[in-house]
Design a binder for this molecule. Structure first.
Ligand code: IMP
Ligand code: MG
Length: 177
């Protein structure tokens, strides 16, 4: 039997203070604009809820799209499936895609191509984490909290086989035999 050992990698305090910084920048950049924060389910929900509370705007709305690129292991299959559709009326909105992690870039690339025909006023990407070592396709990232090395991380919304999303910090997992 293998045992899962989690080590803290980015603390809850560090995440909270970085989110404040990013939210401040978004507040400034989207002043007087109708901004739609579109969270990619399921991994970005914890980030999204903390982020929107720090953005000062009375024109901010939220929505969700369900995308799945994982078959349950620790590496991406490259195949993206839509598990929940979003409200397609984007013509008056400045969309900010909210992601947990940009790894290969395939999910963001897929999503940007899917959003464009709905004619949003603009599309930006905000991610909690970026793992540049695995990037397969260049994607624009407008806001990011942390750049991380090629490690499998979990917690704060990110999962390992659907578990550990509820950890308040970002951890790395070691598999002990
Ligand atoms: P991409 O399409 O390869 O950029 O992958 C994006 C998705 O893969 C993310 O939204 C995550 O759900 C998942 N993912 C990538 N790396 C990790 C990781 O280290 N831990 C947990 N999920 C990950
Ligand atoms: Mg995700």
């Amino acid at each position: 039997m293998t045992t899962e050992k989690i080590t803290e990698f980015i603390s809850a305090e560090k995440i909270a203070s970085k989110i404040k910084e990013v939210a401040k920048q978004i507040t400034k950049d989207y002043k007087d604009k109708d901004v739609l924060m579109l969270a990619v389910l399921k991994g970005s929900i914890v980030f999204m809820t903390d982020l929107i509370k720090e953005i000062d705007s009375n024109r901010l709305t939220i929505d969700f799209i369900g995308l799945s690129s994982y078959k349950g292991g620790t590496s991406s299959s490259g195949e993206i499936k839509i598990t929940k559709e979003f409200d397609k009326d984007l013509s008056s909105k400045h969309v900010i895609i909210v992601e947990d992690i940009v790894d290969t870039g395939l999910t963001i690339d897929f999503l940007i191509k899917k959003l464009k025909p709905n004619n949003p006023k603009s599309i930006a990407v905000c991610t909690l984490l970026e793992k540049p070592s695995n990037l397969k396709i260049p994607v624009p990232i407008d806001y990011k909290c942390f750049v991380i090395p090629d490690k499998f991380v979990l917690g704060y919304g990110l999962d390992y086989q659907e578990r550990y999303r509820n950890l308040p910090y970002i951890g790395v997992m070691e598999f002990l035999k």
